[in-house]
Design a protein around this ligand. Sequence first.
Ligand code: IMP
Ligand code: MG
Length: 178
Amino acid sequence: MSESIQILIPSDAIRKRVEELAAQISADYAGRELKLLGVLKGCFVFMADLARAITVPMTCDFMGLQSYGDATHTSGIVQITKDLTDSITGKHVLIVEDIVDTGLTIRYLLQNIQNRLPASVKICTLLYKPESDQAKIALDYVGFRIPQRFVIGYGLDYMGRYRNFPHIGAMYLDGTIV
Ligand code: IMP
Ligand code: MG
């Protein structure tokens, strides 16, 4: 099967938007300590850039989640592959996601995090596909709204690959839009 990519969001536009998000987050959390909670694996590129642009005191932790399904469609059944290292009880948690597609993963995660009684919990996602969203969870910080296309790069993968591609690109398989 042949794979090709159309660049949707070039790296310089991503950099500019990540700086804007970090400025907004830093203003909103002024005077508070923040815990960034990254959702692996897809968050790692976005979170590295976002964290370095945030100016309030912060710590990081990570959770590994896997949603079963085929290569380009989620099933909504979520499994924790790595849990948090530290307690988040009483902490101001900001969940950092690469993408909200059907919203089923973030709905599961939000419930799981709320059960641990943080002081507050908000969500920051780089990408959001409003047309696919079934869960309608309120998203506090959104980098880009994108059409219902399968995208790769800047941490996002197709079958494990392309996470290192610096831009956000749409995948074509055998010349067909995914
Ligand atoms: P959900 O459909 O919102 O539950 O998203 C589940 C997960 O599927 C996301 O966290 C991503 O890891 C992955 N995903 C959804 N859409 C895309 C995409 O366009 N490219 C790459 N991964 C995606
Ligand atoms: Mg993900």
